[in-house]
Design a protein around this ligand. Structure first.
Ligand SMILES: [Zn+2]
Length: 285
């Protein structure tokens, strides 16, 4: 069944866990994610990122995501991931998505806030939740962008985050606290105190981007500090590729494509199951 972003995050708060938010630009990723949510009976977020438009457009894969979510026995949010404009978020809502992230974090603070406010106003008409991002430290007075590769320069400023959430009315905030988001190349060094401070000051759940590849202990500590949505994609997609490569090696006489998609789906299921076992541990105990 479809549930709202707020309902999913409330579940996470109550159960001291993190909600897995999986990008599903292919049918294999989508089917695998929904199956795991059903098997484990946990709420999950399926999402489509604007950057994945070349794989499948939101108009093509979106209605399939919405339909699978609606008829599923698991509670599912269908979310626009990294919408880079108001128009992209609206395209998602038009095909039935019930939650969105607007990512204007590369813009100066005032512009990020203005676009986010616009998206929140649209979402409020439907009663949908909105996630925004405040990560790259924007220039303050002069409006210049920081181009530093020092991750600490890109950390979310708690004071700014407090004002941003208050003035935008977002449901959740994606923050930069040391995970690698493809923005900088340095070794991830998670700043756990910063998560606590951001959660405390903003009063909303914190979203982790670039969640692939962290250790179990790191996930659990982030959740303990207030991270409630964990974006995850790369490792599951990599598992699919490895399963396909293995199958081709084992059965070199393979002459059709479809069996590869079955192997890919199974591999993604196994990978996401492992993630779910960690993120929802609080709910099980
Ligand atoms: Zn992201």
């Amino acid at each position: 069944m479809l549930i709202s972003l707020k309902e999913a995050l409330d579940y996470a708060e109550r159960n001291d866990c993190g909600i897995a938010a999986i990008n599903t630009p292919t049918y294999e990723m989508l089917l695998a994610t929904v199956r795991v949510a059903e098997r484990r009976n946990v709420p999950i977020i399926i999402q489509h990122a604007e950057v994945h438009e070349p794989i499948n457009t939101i108009e093509d894969i979106g209605p399939v995501m919405v339909e699978l979510a609606k008829r599923s026995t698991a509670p599912i949010v269908v979310h626009v991931d990294h919408g880079e404009s108001f128009d992209y978020v609206r395209r998602g809502f038009d095909v039935g998505f019930n939650s969105a992230m607007i990512d204007a974090s590369r813009m100066p603070y005032e512009d990020n806030l203005a676009v986010t406010q616009q998206v929140v106003a649209l979402a409020n008409e439907y009663g949908y939740g909105v996630e925004a991002e405040l990560g790259v430290m924007p220039g303050r007075e002069d409006g210049s962008q920081s181009t530093s590769s020092d991750p600490e320069m890109l950390y979310t400023d708690p004071e700014m985050a407090e004002a941003f959430v208050r003035d935008s009315g977002v449901t959740a905030l994606a923050c930069s606290f040391g995970t690698v988001h493809g923005l900088y190349k340095a070794e991830p060094h998670l700043n756990f105190e910063l998560i606590s401070e951001l959660r405390e000051r903003t009063g909303v759940p914190i979203v982790m981007h670039g969640g692939s590849g962290l250790s179990e202990a790191e996930y659990l500590e982030c959740i303990k500090r207030g991270v409630r949505k964990i974006n995850y994609y790369t490792y599951a997609d990599k598992a699919a590729l490895e399963a396909v490569q293995q199958l081709l090696e084992q059965t070199p006489d393979t002459y059709t494509f479809s069996p590869l998609t079955v192997a890919a789906t199974r591999a993604v299921e196994a990978n996401i199951e492992q993630l779910v076992d960690v993120l929802y541990r609080g709910a099980a105990s």
